[in-house]
Design a protein around this ligand. Structure first.
Ligand SMILES: [Fe+2]
Length: 283
């Protein structure tokens, strides 16, 4: 009998960049969130891309989930779709714009709505409303502001619509493992998570990458309230690239706060592109 953990039918995941995670479920189904690893037209964002990583490096994407449609969440959607003929799970209000912006089969778009419950092979998704961190731009301002534009005209309207909401989810695997994926502001997620009690909380920062105030405290409060066993911070690539000491110290502080509160769960900063196995193991 093989006893290497890597061969067990566990949940495998890796953080690629921003909110882009690749999941391999125990049944072999694959899910990719917010495909963004390289935005070649957007010079300003070059430091936030994973240089040299392309859609050819993605191992599977039966499903692509879109939290919101800013350029740094959909920049590589088309390339991934072209490789895997994925189902694209997005909010129904942006489904038409996704159809217009990308040459994808209409039946490959899987619109979902807030408070919806959706059943897939080996997993379910519960969808929750989320709000984006404040951005002081109107539609017109963003339309004409090339600083925010992804540089690729195709998804410009999608990029603008990205500010309007976040689409959070709880993924429940058939083995009962619950993974919460939360972007943007709290917007009631803290209260919801107290009820949901996910095993794993994958959480964006509570503010923008320019907001350095009480980062660990805000993460820790959210984490402790959720009762999760594992906190995986996401969309921290700017800090990972430019302020790695700050980021590591905040992660340590989250864990100190957890320890002081007798919480057994811990935060872990994933190494980008590296695969991890998640489950209850004895070895
Ligand atoms: Fe965004």
């Amino acid at each position: 009998m093989k006893n290497e953990i890597s061969t067990f039918p566990s949940l495998k995941l890796r953080w690629i960049n921003a909110q882009c995670f690749e999941f391999k479920l125990p049944n072999g189904i694959t899910l990719l969130t917010d495909p963004f690893f390289d935005m070649p037209f957007f010079e300003k964002n070059k430091g936030h891309s994973v240089m040299g990583f392309t859609a050819d490096d993605i191992e599977g994407a039966d499903y692509i989930f879109i939290n919101h449609t800013h350029g740094d969440h959909i920049a590589n959607l088309k390339q991934v779709y072209d490789r895997f003929n994925s189902k694209i799970i997005c909010h129904s209000s942006v489904a038409l714009e996704v159809a217009k912006s990308f040459e994808v089969s209409l039946t490959s778009i899987y619109p979902v709505d807030f408070s919806g419950h959706y059943i897939f092979p080996g997993f379910t998704l519960d969808i929750f409303h989320g709000t984006h961190h404040p951005i002081d731009f109107s539609y017109k301002k963003m339309k004409h502001d090339k600083f925010i534009d992804t540089g690729s005209k195709v998804e410009n309207d999608l990029n603008i619509l990205g500010s309007i909401f976040n689409l959070n989810f709880l993924m429940t695997l058939s083995n009962g493992l619950r993974i919460a994926f939360v972007g943007g502001n709290d917007d009631g997620m803290n209260e919801r998570l107290k009820q949901i009690k996910p095993n794993i909380l994958i959480r964006n920062k509570m503010g923008s990458s320019r907001d350095f105030d009480n980062v660990s405290r805000k993460f820790a409060d959210n984490f402790i309230d959720s009762g999760a066993q594992l906190l995986i911070p996401m969309h921290v690539e700017q800090w990972a690239n430019e302020k790695v000491n700050f980021l590591n110290s905040e992660i340590n502080d989250i864990n100190k706060i957890a320890e002081n509160n007798n919480v057994s769960g811990r935060a872990v900063l994933l190494k980008r592109k590296q695969w991890y196995n998640l489950g209850i193991f004895i070895s």
